[in-house]
Design a protein around this ligand. Structure first.
Ligand code: GDP
Length: 369
């Protein structure tokens, strides 16, 4: 019978009698869900597909309207970023849009960073990077939505700071906001009615509201699309490289100047000037890195793009954008960031170049590790 079936999203017992009660799933969806081994209740199913329905562009009028509503609200803003792609997680001008509302900074996907990296050090780094982006968060917390690390603590922290206010959860797409909201819902299962979807007034934008204990709401806002993410230039089959699922194993290279490292065929690092030094690459463990001589690198790329230098694969080469080069000199130990893909940590006093597909950012920042 259906009594034993539970939603794999929220854990509620599946039922098809009362749409207003937790676990409601139409009978046909139960059958489909069982067949696919993916049984979600109707709410979680909608939630899972929420980001496919709702993402909005940063410049979207409706999104700007939404931000205006958040500014005028009296609320706690929970700003979710991806610690593996901090720069790609930034919402330009967010500090202006939140008004006087406090911002709680949540660094998601902490499971991707080496366990040896002290979490307090990472938190400090995140806070400092946020400050440089003009944001003064009241607190910074690391979580892994996927592994359910620290999600409890996050909820306690939200309770601590919200002081009888509503909570708005904001973030760009791919930072793991849906995964986090799903975890939050799971934690609250059985406590009360779970979610309702509704719209922001005056817009077509959907939101998900999770009731809090005092009648206030935790509101999930639409994911925001960053047009310049690596995710938009990678062929669909190669998206796994920008959403690593396992702890990143740093790859260390002893490099002389005049050497190049290719990250598949999607990015390139040149060591232009400096003495022999160790450089550490942080990319998805399955992304093949290739070391070669700088003098021969252009030729090497033309010859091997799609075979040795993959992704992209041979059949994706034609539609793949050309790489563009930017040069940097470091004053301190720094990360050369290939936005969305990863970074290479380089010492102070070196000159390097980063190459990324047209439209993607390459930048330098204070070293995270
Ligand atoms: P959203 O667009 O912000 O809602 O992001 P999703 O929740 O759809 O997640 C985007 C990708 O990041 C998916 O591949 C998730 O599996 C992955 N992801 C989400 N949270 C985590 C996390 O805590 N750790 C890791 N390693 N991956 C995560």
């Amino acid at each position: 019978s259906n009594d034993e079936l539970r939603c794999i999203g929220c854990g509620a017992v599946i039922q098809s009698t009362d749409p207003k009660q937790p676990g409601y799933t139409p009978q046909s969806a139960i059958e489909k869900g069982l067949a696919n081994n993916e049984l979600y209740c109707q709410r979680c199913f909608r939630l899972r597909h929420y980001n496919e329905i709702a993402p909005v562009s940063l410049s979207d009028d409706e999104f700007l309207k939404l931000l205006g509503q958040i500014r005028d609200a009296n609320a706690l803003i929970v700003y979710v970023v991806d610690v593996f792609d901090f720069n790609g997680s930034l919402i330009p001008g967010l500090h202006r849009f939140v008004g006087d509302n406090p911002v709680l900074l949540v660094g998601n996907k902490e499971d991707l960073l080496p366990r040896s990296l002290r979490r307090s050090k990472l938190t400090d780094w995140l806070r400092q990077q946020a400050n440089m982006a003009g944001l003064r968060p009241i607190d910074t917390i690391l979580v892994s939505a996927k592994k359910n690390h620290q999600v409890d603590q996050l909820l306690d922290t939200i309770e601590h700071y919200r002081q009888h206010r509503d909570v708005y959860v904001v973030g760009v797409t791919n930072v793991g906001k849906s995964t986090l909201i799903n975890q939050i819902i799971k934690q609250r299962t059985g406590v009360q009615e779970l979610i309702t979807t509704s719209r922001f007034p005056g817009t077509t934008l959907d939101k998900i509201e999770i009731p809090l204990d005092d009648g206030h709401l935790l509101v999930d806002t639409p994911g925001i699309i960053h047009e310049h993410q690596m995710a938009h230039v990678l062929p669909a089959k190669q998206l796994k490289y920008v959403a690593p699922q396992k702890e990143i194993k740093p790859r260390t290279y002893q490099l002389n100047d005049g050497q190049t490292i290719f990250m598949g065929g999607v990015a390139r690092f040149d060591y232009l000037k400096g003495s022999r030094a160790g450089m550490v690459a942080y990319f998805d463990n399955n992304l093949p890195l290739h070391r070669t001589k700088l003098a021969n690198a252009d030729h090497f790329y033309q010859k091997h793009l799609g075979d040795l230098l993959t992704p992209p694969t041979q059949d994706e080469v034609d539609s793949f954008p050309t790489l563009e080069r930017q040069e940097f000199h470091t004053e301190t130990k720094s990360d050369l960031v290939f936005e969305g893909l990863g970074w290479i940590t380089v010492p102070a006093g070196v000159t390097v170049a980063g190459w990324v597909p047209q439209g993607v950012s390459v930048l330098i920042r204070r070293a995270m590790i």
